[in-house]
Design a protein around this ligand. Structure first.
Ligand code: NAI
Length: 376
């Protein structure tokens, strides 16, 4: 089985789907890497060659030989057209946002696996790229905020004066939020956090942050995920949290509902209540933003408050983000390969649930329904 690793083509994407050290975990798999694919993540071609990979010059040549292609970002339509008929792909795919791509992959009889769909069961933890990249993003969000803020994070008592620690509020205490809490604490900030899931309270407290007790009912659904919240709930949440936002030097928002638009947690009126120079880092920017004023891909200033849209933060820390991602890739590939051949077992819940298309048909039911609705 030949596993191909192309250079990512999306502007700003610096990660690579497989790093040289992971090749040892894939005996029987022949790895082909496009020349320069790992350069931006500091994995040079010769390291791949030393680990046993073959470096291929051109993407056309790479894709032509592939039984499976591993990428970070969803394939572009042009890349999908390079996929050999019947081959497989593994990447983030966000199928509901890429219906044209799904149709194209099905037309080309590609079996496409999407990291967003890997079930969050214990056995799949090593394949959980959403979590591995959220860990990077949560850490990075704090560094972005700290470097934008014109104040210290830690308390300082010096001969030149005393400054209080920065007040940091984390909204959404999932994987990224918990990592942001831990990082902000290490930098010496005073940290508080809020999440709609009841279980988040203990996790927040165990990291030494204060959990905001708002008199709101928990919004937890199947599998421990947040459920979509009503307008009324969000309005009450906004009201109860606005005084905490106003007091904060830094607000980091990470709140998401799988497959839905991100809930609005910070309104324009709440931003007006913040001190000039405060910073909001919105990790939910690409799914609509948790702050009403967020503009995806941009930094905006409003009344002196900096609102930073930060949906692709993991791509800005490519070395370790790629190492984590590569472990997710190798773990998933190991699940599909038997005796050096691709042999996916669709009775395995991980394989079954992660597949968007299988050899010409759209396997993932919600995506199939979305495609049918888009056609009618
Ligand atoms: P996510 O990225 O979908 O959402 C981030 C956070 O936003 C969640 O904690 C969610 O509850 C919160 N949120 C949603 N609406 C909100 C609102 N209005 N106000 C405040 N917070 C709001 O979530 P993520 O980080 O992917 O993980 C969520 C859950 O999945 C957690 O329970 C986590 O422990 C669990 N998980 C389980 C894994 C496993 O068992 N293998 C692996 C990773 C996560």
């Amino acid at each position: 089985m030949k596993l191909a690793v192309p250079t990512e083509v999306r502007p700003g994407e610096q990660r690579v789907a497989l790093v040289p050290s992971e090749l040892a975990r894939l005996p029987g798999v022949e790895v082909l890497v496009q020349r320069g694919a790992g350069d931006r993540a500091l994995f040079p071609d010769h390291d791949y060659e030393e680990a046993g990979a073959t470096v291929v010059e051109r993407p056309e040549e790479l894709y032509r030989q592939a039984d499976m292609v591993a990428k970070v970002q969803p394939l572009t339509l042009a890349e999908a057209d390079l996929m050999p008929e019947g081959a497989s792909s593994l990447s983030f795919l966000a199928p509901s946002a890429h219906l044209d791509l799904v149709r194209r992959l099905a037309d080309r009889k590609v079996t496409a696996y999407s990291f967003e769909l890997v079930p969050r069961i214990s056995r799949a933890q090593a394949m959980d790229a959403l979590s591995s990249q959220a860990t990077v993003a949560g850490y990075r969000a704090v560094l972005v905020a700290a470097s934008r803020l014109g104040k210290f994070f830690p308390l300082f008592m010096t001969a030149a004066g005393t400054v209080p620690p920065a007040r940091t509020l984390i909204m959404g205490a999932g994987v990224a939020g918990l990592q942001a809490i831990a990082t902000a604490r290490r930098l010496g900030a005073v940290v508080s956090a809020y999440d709609v899931r009841a279980a988040a309270k203990e996790e927040v407290k165990s990291l030494g942050a204060t959990f905001l007790e708002l008199s709101l009912e928990a919004q937890e659904g199947a599998g421990g995920y947040a459920v979509a919240q009503s307008e009324d709930f969000l309005a009450r949440q906004q009201e109860l949290i606005s005084s905490h936002v106003a007091r904060s030097d830094v607000v980091i928002t990470t709140a998401a509902i799988p497959g839905r638009r991100a809930p609005v947690l910070v309104t324009e009126a709440m931003v007006r209540g913040m001190h000039p120079g405060s910073v909001i880092v919105d990790l939910a920017a690409s799914t609509g933003g948790n702050c009403e004023l967020t503009k995806d891909g941009e930094e905006v200033s409003f009344n002196g408050v900096h609102i930073i849209a930060a949906s692709e933060l993991a791509a800005t820390m490519p070395t370790h983000a790629s190492s984590f991602f590569a472990r997710n890739v190798s773990s998933f590939v190991k699940l599909l390969v038997k005796d050096g051949r691709l042999a996916p077992d669709f009775n395995d819940e991980i394989v079954d649930k992660s597949a968007v298309t299988v050899a010409g048909s759209v396997h993932h039911e919600p995506t199939r329904t979305a495609l049918e609705e888009a056609q009618s």
